[in-house]
Ligand binder design. Structure first.
Ligand code: SF4
Length: 172
């Protein structure tokens, strides 16, 4: 929810303090809105994100007994939570119901010839047909790390790639 329009490094820096201060959904509602805004200021769009956070915490308390649901449709209803986030959270809670498509998953799926689509929802559908269901949680992690370490956006290191003999985009 905090990661829109900012970097992972930035989010991790902010959440280190944030998660120490706010332990339960109630904690996000117990402070004035301005205080939460200040605490997440460095992630940008802080007013919008603080509103979404408080809305989500409110809904967690009112409808889910203060616990994060693992059902994708229920997660999707939380303010500030779109399908990608819902997929990530459901998978991390041990109940993957879809495949996370972020910028790495999208690029790698296209380069590896797993999809010809551009739209993340269609890419996810293509991947769901190819990847065994019990791997839906793990699969995006594999692509994301491969994308960060080897198949970089600007300069894929095909010469060092373990799947270069299978990849239709290989340059070696
Ligand atoms: S062979 Fe090259 S383009 Fe294909 S996955 Fe590996 S690094 Fe990426």
């Amino acid at each position: 929810m905090l990661s829109a329009q900012t970097t992972d490094v930035n989010v991790n820096r902010v959440t280190e303090r944030l998660f120490r201060k706010y332990r339960r959904p109630e904690d996000y509602l117990a402070v004035p809105a301005e205080e939460l805004e200040r605490d997440i200021y460095a992630t940008g769009f802080f007013r919008q994100k603080a509103r979404a956070l408080r809305g989500t915490m409110q809904m967690l308390l009112e409808e889910f007994d203060g616990e994060v649901p693992t059902d994708l449709d229920e997660l999707d209803r939380l303010p500030g939570v779109a399908r990608k986030t819902a997929n990530v959270v459901a998978a991390e809670l041990g109940n993957p119901q879809g495949i996370v498509v972020d910028t790495h998953v999208r690029r790698l799926s296209q380069r590896l010839g797993l999809t010809r689509n551009e739209d993340p929802v269609k890419i996810e559908r293509d991947l769901q047909r190819l990847v065994p269901r019990d791997q839906w949680g793990l699969f995006p992690h594999l692509l994301i790390w491969h994308g960060r370490r080897v198949c970089e956006a600007r300069r894929p290191r095909c010469e060092d790639c373990a799947v270069n003999d299978l990849c239709p985009s290989s340059r070696v």
